[in-house]
Design a protein around this ligand. Structure first.
Ligand code: ACO
Length: 448
């Protein structure tokens, strides 16, 4: 099929958030650690009224309505998530309520899970379906939904929450250059959720950063090799207009782009300027391991790549800095930020995407962008997502109230037999919310 890819998008994140600057004071860390050190401004979180099911109901309903898609026109629905509220029942099955109302139960697909990578797995499944003999001519729909919460401690400020929906079909304004995908999969205990009684992960923060950067190097190598095999010339960061990264926190994105620059230097790319070459020369003979540990290399490469980071990466960092890590939705929220900031000049450009999920799985792939035709045009996608307004209308919670909410959610995780406050005053109209979990753990939702 011609140009299979993303036709339309919508994003939802909770209207409740907390300022990183205030979290620094509340948790008694040095001023600037979360804002400058991690590069984060604000963090969204779910109150007792919201969870991954309600957020995905909200975003799917909104996408179908805003692009006027008949629910009978969806033939495949895939969900990526790592927020497990049931070990058997897919979030996809909850979403079927929207489609059954229109008599459509003929929809393939279930949930995909591996940390932050599940959304990418779901997206590939849907695009592959459209490109396959099983395709029945209808749309695919991909949903990434997660609530990222961490126990008190160094990882707590790297939470976040959001759901993203992406409509998949042929002749897309955002189409895959499928030949060039580079993947790296491996066994690691960097971040995992072995304690089924808790929503919080077990995380080795330092190891997770190194795993992320090693996966990035490996994917970039495969991605470059495939590009070179098919195009017959060396690939470098100058061959893409933008780089969009999975964003656990912004500082890691800064380090990642610098790492790609260093890779180009090591591969002896002719595009690295003389001055930068001199700055990086001292690190030429570091072993792989040493290069992940070297603070000097980190600093030098960030410095020489800074002007390119500002041009090629910074436009995709808006939502992740404002909302936090959204796990499976994080990469696609970064991409949504790029559309928001650059949609009028993206036509004809190439965007490289890097997806990482701990444990670990990762892929680098690229999009070719076109302006598209209404309703599937970049400008309409940006109007529908309405990101500036969604960010502005949020309610900033005092840190005490945020910490209280986290305590309540700890008690509610895996619990039964409770009703929520049903106080919807902070929710936008059209938002789904949890009303009750009954004695058989069945969850009930309503729409504001
Ligand atoms: N002002 C400015 N910068 C500061 C300050 C300050 N007052 N204090 C510290 N910093 C800097 C540090 O120098 C460091 O930056 P650098 O790496 O550029 O030197 C940064 O702030 C973070 O400080 P650390 O001491 O390294 O932070 P800590 O170890 O306490 O926690 C971590 C950070 C490991 C990321 C933690 O939040 C975590 O475990 N998060 C979850 C895991 C994660 O997100 N991993 C990423 C990949 S896996 C995934 O996607 C889930």
């Amino acid at each position: 099929k011609k140009s299979a890819g993303i036709l339309a998008m919508d994003i939802y994140f909770p209207s409740t958030c907390v300022q990183q600057e205030e979290l620094e004071v509340y948790y008694g860390v040095s001023r600037g650690k979360y804002t400058i050190g991690l590069g984060q401004d604000c963090m969204a979180f779910c109150t007792e009224l919201e969870d991954v099911v309600s957020m995905s109901l909200t975003v799917v309903k909104s996408l179908l309505e805003k692009y006027q898609i008949d629910p009978r026109q969806i033939g495949r629905l895939e969900v990526g998530t790592e927020t497990i509220i049931d070990k058997s029942k897919s979030i996809k099955t909850w979403l079927m309520q929207i489609f059954e109302e229109y008599g459509n139960s003929d929809i393939e697909g279930v949930d995909s899970t591996n940390a932050c990578y599940g959304g990418t797995a779901a997206l590939f499944n849907c695009v592959n379906w459209v490109e396959s003999n099983s395709w029945d001519g209808r749309y695919g729909l991909v949903v990434c939904t997660d609530s990222a919460v961490y126990a008190e401690g160094p990882a707590r400020p790297t939470g976040g929450a959001a759901a993203i929906a992406m409509l998949i079909g042929p002749n897309a304004p955002i189409s895959f250059e499928s030949k060039f995908r580079g993947t790296h999969m491996s066994h690691a205990y960097d971040f995992y959720k072995p304690n089924l009684a808790s929503e919080y992960p077990v995380v080795d923060g330092k190891l997770s950063q190194i795993c992320y950067l090693m996966a990035l190097d490996s994917c970039y190598k495969h991605f470059c090799n495939k590009n070179e095999n098919f195009e017959g010339k060396q690939f470098s960061i100058f061959d893409a207009d933008y780089f969009v990264f999975h964003s656990p926190y912004n500082k890691l994105v800064q380090k990642s782009f610098a790492r790609l620059y260093f890779n180009d230097f090591l591969r002896n790319s002719s595009c690295i300027e003389e001055a930068a070459r001199e700055k990086l020369e001292p690190f030429l003979n570091l072993s792989g391991d040493e290069s992940y540990q070297s603070r000097e290399l980190e600093k030098a490469s960030q410095q020489v790549a800074k002007h390119l980071y500002d041009a090629k990466v910074q436009p995709s960092t808006l939502i992740p800095k404002q909302v936090g890590n959204m796990y499976t939705a994080s990469l696609y929220a970064s991409f949504a930020s790029l559309l928001h900031n650059k949609h009028s000049t993206l036509g004809g450009q190439r965007v490289v995407m890097f997806s990482y999920g701990s444990g670990l799985s990762s892929t680098m792939f690229s999009f070719k962008i076109q302006d598209g035709q209404h309703p599937f045009s970049l400008s309409n996608i940006v109007n529908v997502m309405n990101i500036s307004q969604k960010l502005e209308l949020r309610h900033v919670f005092p840190t005490e109230k945020f910490a209280e909410t986290m305590k309540l959610m700890e008690r509610r995780y895996g619990a039964k037999d409770f009703v929520t406050s049903k106080d919807t005053s902070l929710l936008y109209p059209g938002t789904f919310y949890l009303t009750q979990v009954d004695s058989l753990y069945r969850r009930y939702y309503a729409k504001k």
